[in-house]
Design a protein. Structure first.
Ligand code: VG1
Ligand code: CO
Length: 545
């Protein structure tokens, strides 16, 4: 093997955010940019010699080139073998499943998730550890530190691109590369968790579904499982072909970006069940006919009905949710007599709880739901879980959610995103909120809303004791209402302020109100305290979900 050592110099800003390093494609296209990050990663993995790595991405522009680059660097850095998805494709949850099933050392996922793709879009890279989950902060910070002092990287010279299209084994330098079916291991895992016979029967009896894969990586998975194994009619999966630019759309399954699906799910002729997933297939959106399920409610409904799915028949050890996610899951945990953990935003914080057997289901308000079957959130898993519930109860999506509200009360919830704020202005807004914290507790904001508690969320991991601070400003009101402010860690342009709003309504006669109306006072209070309009120079949020 002809190993070549190339000198390089550090790039600024190679610090992974909420979920990996995300930048504009043009940034990643700079000579040595990707190589530096990958070398920094390999450098902090001293035990890598001879190990097996998993590699794949969501198929966005630059995916194929990056796969070839990383294969050459993995060979030059002593890895023994890489399992790479056919065509360079692997969804985020599939990488997690493959790492776990084949006891691999780790995995590299090429994705910027729900961010737009194409030459003018975003690219991203993230590393997952041997448990199949996102690298914890200790590792991402070590990678970043290494990027800042790097002077050279290693690759294999004179190695042509390998064929990623045909399944089978080949070599890059002295390293084995196995091109694997990206769907097989994942589909096998789903069969162990869900009642495939009941779901097959649901379709056979005329149950109708529309799954929008948003021209992202979930298409092949959804087609193989829904249309292939469960007998859903061809065409159930819409936009099932992965495209390098996702057809020019944001592959972001929410009411703002999945407008085609929302339209298709409206009216008496609409299918019974609608769903979508994001760029790397770890997010999900759940819809009934003329009915949208919030992700926080989805987590709570799945938790309350978990024993209906074979994989969860013995019940749940606990539930974990990210801090801004609504407290709907807490109510279920209390009823089940199991713990509910509150973590910072980002799936990496669930890993220890899952590994330790403390939590079985996890969820985030950002359309992320998952369980201990892998160590990532999993879009199609959540969709199959819902389908399993529909098939085994005979209920509709709407009736399941309404029954849930009647039993546990309804947590009205919304997230307002203010995108593209100048970074200094967004930082000033957060600094001002932090400075106000001591004076906020006890403040009467009118409309029966008094702030009982205000803080900057900090988390101590109950398993390894690691502490993460400055995870979002929380205003918790005496009646349980909550407002949370935090800055996004996944964007690539300016700053995005996320404002999370929540109000609990126990009274079943008040479960049919428009969410924005119910939250209007909180929205007003949030704007007043944070002076969002003043800092951003904007008059309204850019995305409301
Ligand atoms: C967002 C979401 C967060 C999620 C993260 C990665 O992060 O809010 O809940 O874990 O994206 O999801 P942020 O920092 O922009 O708020 V994905 O599907 O992009 O891997
Ligand atoms: Co994603």
């Amino acid at each position: 093997m002809n190993i070549q050592t190339i000198s390089t110099r550090p790039f600024d800003g190679q610090r992974p955010g909420t979920s990996g390093l995300r930048k504009k494609v043009s940034v990643f296209q700079q000579a040595d940019y990707l190589e530096n990050f990958v070398q920094a990663l390999f450098d902090i993995l001293p035990d890598r010699a001879g190990q097996t790595l998993v590699l794949g991405g969501d198929g966005r522009f630059h995916n194929r080139m990056a796969v070839q680059t990383i294969l050459r660097m993995a060979a030059a850095n002593g890895f023994g073998k890489v399992l790479v998805g056919q065509g360079g494709l692997l969804s985020t949850p599939a990488v997690s499943a493959v790492i776990r099933k084949h006891h691999c050392f780790g995995g590299v996922i090429l994705s910027a998730s729900h961010n737009p793709g194409g030459p003018d879009g975003d690219f991203g890279i993230k590393y997952n550890i041997a448990n199949g989950g996102p690298a914890p902060e200790k590792i991402t910070e070590a990678i970043f530190a290494r990027t800042q002092v790097l002077t050279e990287y290693r690759t294999v010279a004179d190695s042509a691109d390998i064929d990623l299209e045909t399944l089978g084994t080949r070599r890059v330098g002295d390293m084995m590369v196995e091109v694997i079916d990206p769907v097989a291991d994942y589909a096998e895992l789903m069969q162990q968790l869900f009642d495939f016979d009941a779901m097959r029967a649901w379709f056979a009896a005329g149950g109708r579904m529309r799954f929008d894969a948003m021209n992202a990586v979930c298409g092949p998975y959804a087609r193989a499982i829904l249309e292939g194994q469960l007998g859903a009619p061809a065409g159930t999966v819409a936009n099932g072909q992965p495209l390098e630019d996702f057809g020019g759309h944001h592959p972001d399954p929410n009411p703002a970006h999945a407008t085609d699906l929302i339209a298709a799910m409206s009216g008496p002729q609409a299918p019974d069940f609608g769903a979508a997933s994001d760029g790397d297939a770890d997010r999900n959106m759940i819809l009934g006919r003329d009915f949208v399920v919030t992700p926080s409610d989805s987590l709570a409904v799945l938790a309350a009905n978990a024993t209906r799915a074979p994989g969860y028949r013995n019940g749940l050890a606990g539930i974990a949710r990210s801090m801004p996610t609504s407290c709907a899951a807490d109510a279920v945990a209390a009823a089940l007599g199991i713990p509910c953990f509150e973590t910072p935003t980002g799936w990496k914080f669930f890993g220890n709880l899952l590994d330790a057997g403390k939590a079985t289901l996890c969820g985030e308000e950002s359309y992320g739901t998952g369980s201990n079957h892998v160590r990532e959130k999993d879009g199609l898993w959540a969709v199959l879980f819902w389908l399993n519930l529909l098939a085994t109860t005979g209920e509709s999506v709407e009736s399941l959610v309404r029954a849930h509200w009647a039993r546990f009360g309804r947590h009205y919830y919304s997230r307002h995103d203010w995108e593209g704020i100048a970074t200094e202005q967004a930082d000033a807004l957060m600094a001002s909120l932090r400075a106000q914290l001591p004076t906020l507790e006890g403040r009467d904001c009118g409309a029966g809303l008094r702030i009982a508690h205000a803080d900057d969320f900090a988390y101590t991991d109950p398993v390894d004791g690691s502490v993460s601070t400055r995870q979002g400003i929380r205003l918790i009101f005496e009646n349980g209402c909550r407002v949370v402010f935090r800055l996004s860690g996944t964007g690539t342009e300016g700053a995005t302020l996320r404002v999370y709003l929540e109000r609990f309504e126990p009274d079943a006669s008040r479960h049919d109100l428009p969410a924005q109306q119910t939250l209007a006072e909180l929205i007003h209070i949030a704007d007043e305290i944070a002076d969002i309009r003043g800092h951003s120079g904007m008059t309204a949020p850019t995305v409301i979900t």
